[in-house]
Every structure is written in structure tokens, then in C-alpha cells.
Design a protein around this ligand. Structure first.
Ligand SMILES: *Cc1c(COP(=O)(O)O)cnc(C)c1O
Length: 224
């Protein structure tokens, strides 16, 4: 199966209202071009330097989504063009994105990353930390960021029930946060969850944006 075939297969499985972020990290420009030719416009990357190089050499109507872990000193390089940052996991990072976005004269779309998986290694606010941060209210003064929703990852496990319960927890939190702090917002509407091995479950639990990489592009070669 070609990249275009894989892409089409995934797209046929997405209900209306669920968007695909094609995760192209570690894959070369040619792979992205193939998906682009097949109509895909949203791509996800996890390294700022790699994403910026791809942004510079590929068509300008691509929407670049940053899905990696943010490092404060790298934020400024993607601010001019990034369409959405999925991995905001501290208030400090939100402030830093706001500061850089102000300098660039942009308003940058952000998702708050929530930690629900059992693994220690996954980043994110705990649900309580996230609500605490929102309740504190100082984020409302950050006029160069736009909070568009939540992002999360389920545990990397074969236990379908556990994955399902983690996605449902994320969805409940998303609904609660939306009604409590964003009832009047038309922007706070994205729940980014679901990867190659679990996007069907994520969609069933309410995902609006799936981040699918290997199912489209094949295995990643980390030695590139
Ligand atoms: C790499 C990555 C993905 C895509 O993973 P696949 O298993 O290849 O679909 C999705 N989300 C995040 C945050 C990632 O880092």
C-alpha cells in the first residue's frame, strides 16, 4: 500500500467533524508531498527544527501542528507559522508562547495537554492541575494565545478497556472545562486524541482530531 492509499483508508474511517493530523515526524519531504498530492493539508511534527525546515521547503498552504514536547528556547522559531501547538503542559509555557506570539504579532492556537495514561513518561497537566490553572484565571490576560481544547494520549497497552476509560476520562474533562470556562467560546472545541493503534477508540470516545503517523507513512527511521 502506498502513502496515498493508506491516507485514503484512514480518511474513510473518520466521521464528519473529526480531522486528521498526518504525523510526518522523521519522514522525508517526499513522503509529505505524496500525502499532500492526495489532498492532505494538516501535518504533525514533534521537533521544531525539523518542522521549520519542512515548512520552508514545502507548500505554504500546509497547516503545521506541533505535537512534541515544548522547549522554551525553541518556541520562537515556530511562532511565525505554526497552526496549532498541541502540547502545552505548564502555565509557564503558555506564557512563553504568548510572549513570542506577541512579538510576532500573531495569535497562536494552543491545546492543553492532559496526562491520563498510567505511564510515568507522558507529559501533561493532571486534570486537577489543569482545572486549577484555569480557575486561577490569569491566562485570560494572555491575549496572543487562543485556547482551542485539550490533547491527550492513552497508555501504550493492549488493554482495550483501559484505553477506552482513559479516552472517556479525557472527554469528560473536556466537556467539564468547556462548560465551566469556555461556554461562550467558539474556539474551544478540539479534543486531540487517538494515534495509529487507538484512533478508532478515541473517535468513539469523542475525539475531534486524530494524530496518525505510522499507519499512513510506515515505520519511522529514527536514524534519519
Ligand atoms: C508520534 C506521535 C503520534 C503518531 O503516532 P503513530 O503511532 O505513528 O500514529 C501521535 N501523537 C503524538 C503526540 C506523537 O508523538
Amino acid at each position: 500500500m502506498s502513502i496515498a492509499d493508506n491516507l485514503k483508508q484512514v480518511l474513510t474511517e473518520l466521521p464528519q467533524g473529526v480531522r486528521l493530523v498526518a504525523v510526518s515526524k522523521f519522514h522525508p519531504n517526499e513522503a509529505i508531498e505524496e500525502a499532500y498530492q492526495a489532498g492532505q493539508r494538516i501535518f504533525g511534527e514533534s521537533k521544531v527544527q525539523e518542522m521549520t525546515a519542512k515548512y520552508e521547503s514545502l507548500p505554504k498552504d500546509i497547516e503545521w501542528h506541533f505535537i512534541g514536547h515544548l522547549q522554551t528556547n525553541k518556541i520562537k522559531y515556530m511562532i511565525p507559522y505554526v497552526a496549532m501547538i498541541h502540547g502545552i503542559d505548564t502555565y509557564k509555557l503558555l506564557e512563553e508562547v504568548n510572549k513570542q506570539a506577541a512579538k510576532a504579532g500573531r495569535i497562536v492556537n494552543c491545546l492543553l495537554q492532559i496526562h491520563v495514561a498510567r505511564e510515568e513518561t507522558k507529559f501533561g497537566f493532571s486534570p486537577e492541575e489543569c482545572k486549577g490553572m484555569l480557575a486561577a484565571g490569569t491566562w485570560k490576560k494572555l491575549s496572543h494565545i487562543r485556547l482551542c481544547g485539550l490533547m491527550g494520549m492513552a497508555s501504550n497497552t493492549d488493554n482495550a478497556e483501559q484505553i477506552d476509560s482513559e479516552f472517556r476520562l479525557l472527554d469528560r474533562l473536556f466537556q467539564e472545562i468547556k462548560t465551566t470556562w469556555f461556554a461562550d467560546s467558539t474556539h474551544f472545541r478540539e479534543l486531540s486524541m487517538g494515534m495509529s493503534h487507538d484512533y478508532h477508540q478515541a473517535i468513539a470516545a469523542g475525539s475531534t482530531m486524530v494524530r496518525v503517523g505510522s499507519k499512513i507513512f510506515g515505520e519511522r527511521n529514527y536514524n534519519n
